[in-house]
Design a protein around this ligand. Structure first.
Ligand code: ZN
Length: 281
C-alpha cells in the first residue's frame, strides 16, 4: 500500500523495549498536505458502509453549465423572478421564453463530465449508495446513476399540472410558447422546482433517508447557501458521518463541519480521489 504511514521501530533486548523510533514515509511525489488529505479521504470512502454524494452547481460547471449564483452566474444576467411560480402562472409565455433560453437551448446539449462518470462508476461497483443532487441538469441520470434524489427536480420532463401528464422535454416542440398539454390544453411546466414551490416529496424523503443512514458524505461543488438543501450535510454530521468536501474554494461548510477539504474542481478532484482509491488496493 503506497500511502503516508506511521512507522514504529522497536529495538529491544529479549522482551524489554529500549528505543521507539516514530517516522513517516511518503509515496514518491507525495509531498503535500493535500496529498495526505486525498489519501485520508480515500480511506474514509473505502472503509465506509454507506457512502452518499451531495452535489451542487460546481460539478456541472465543467460540462459547460453556468451556476446560478456567484461571479458569471446566471443571476448576473437574468432576473431570478423568471423562475417565480406566481410569475410563471401569470405570464407563462414570457417566463417560458427565458426558460427556453436559459435551459433548453443550451443545457440539453451538455454532456456528463469525468466527475459525473466516476460517480456513476462507483454506484455500479457498489461503492456509492446514493446521490443527492441540487442540480436540475439531468447529468447524473444521463451518466448512469440511478439511485438519485433530484432535490430540485429536473428539466428532463415537462408536466401538466391540470391532468398530470408527463412528457420528456426533448419530445415537446418549443417553437411556439408556452408549450401546451396535448391532452387537456393547459400550459406545461418544467419538472423542476420554481421559487415559491416546495421540494418534491419523494426526493425530500429519499434524501432524508440517505442522510440519516450514511456514514460518509462526499460533497462536490456546493456552496451550502441554498436552503433547505443546505441543511442536509450538517444533519449527516450530527449523526456521525465523515464529511469530505471537494470544492475549488472553501464553502459555508468548510471551517465548521468538514473533515477533509480537497481544494479542487470537480473533475480534477474526482480523478485524484479515484486514483487514491485505486492506490489503496
Ligand atoms: Zn394536461
Amino acid at each position: 500500500m503506497n500511502r503516508v504511514s506511521s512507522l514504529i521501530v522497536l529495538i529491544g533486548v529479549e522482551d524489554t523495549p529500549i528505543i521507539f523510533v516514530v517516522a513517516e514515509w511518503r509515496k514518491p511525489g507525495m509531498n503535500s498536505r493535500v496529498d495526505e488529505l486525498l489519501v485520508s479521504a480515500a480511506l474514509a470512502i473505502a472503509s465506509s458502509r454507506r457512502l452518499v454524494a451531495f452535489t451542487g452547481a460546481g460539478i456541472s460547471v465543467e460540462s459547460g453549465i453556468p451556476p446560478f449564483r456567484g461571479p458569471g452566474g446566471l443571476w448576473e444576467r437574468y432576473d431570478p423572478s423568471i423562475l417565480d411560480i406566481q410569475r410563471f402562472n401569470q405570464e407563462s409565455a414570457a417566463s417560458w421564453k427565458a426558460i427556453k433560453e436559459l435551459f433548453y437551448d443550451h443545457w440539453s446539449k451538455c454532456e456528463p463530465n469525468l466527475a459525473h462518470r466516476v460517480l456513476a462508476d462507483w454506484e455500479a461497483r457498489g461503492l456509492l449508495s446514493f446521490t443527492i443532487t441540487q442540480n436540475i441538469d439531468d447529468l447524473h441520470y444521463r451518466s448512469g446513476n440511478r439511485h438519485i434524489a433530484e432535490y430540485h427536480g429536473s428539466l428532463r420532463d415537462l408536466v401538466c399540472r391540470r391532468c398530470g401528464k408527463r412528457l420528456p422535454s426533448l419530445s415537446v416542440s418549443l417553437d411556439h410558447l408556452p408549450p401546451l398539454c396535448p391532452d387537456c390544453g393547459a400550459v406545461l411546466k418544467p419538472d423542476f422546482v420554481f421559487f415559491g414551490e416546495g421540494i418534491p416529496e419523494a426526493a425530500s424523503r429519499a434524501a432524508a433517508e440517505a442522510i440519516h443512514s450514511c456514514d460518509c458524505l462526499l460533497m462536490i461543488g456546493t456552496s451550502g447557501e441554498v436552503y433547505p438543501a443546505a441543511s442536509l450535510p450538517p444533519a449527516a454530521k450530527r449523526r456521525g458521518a465523515v464529511l469530505i468536501e471537494l470544492n475549488p474554494r472553501p464553502s459555508a461548510y468548510t471551517a465548521s463541519i468538514v473533515d477533509y477539504f480537497l481544494p479542487f474542481g470537480a473533475c480534477e478532484g474526482m480523478e485524484k480521489l479515484n486514483a487514491a482509491l485505486l492506490d489503496l488496493r
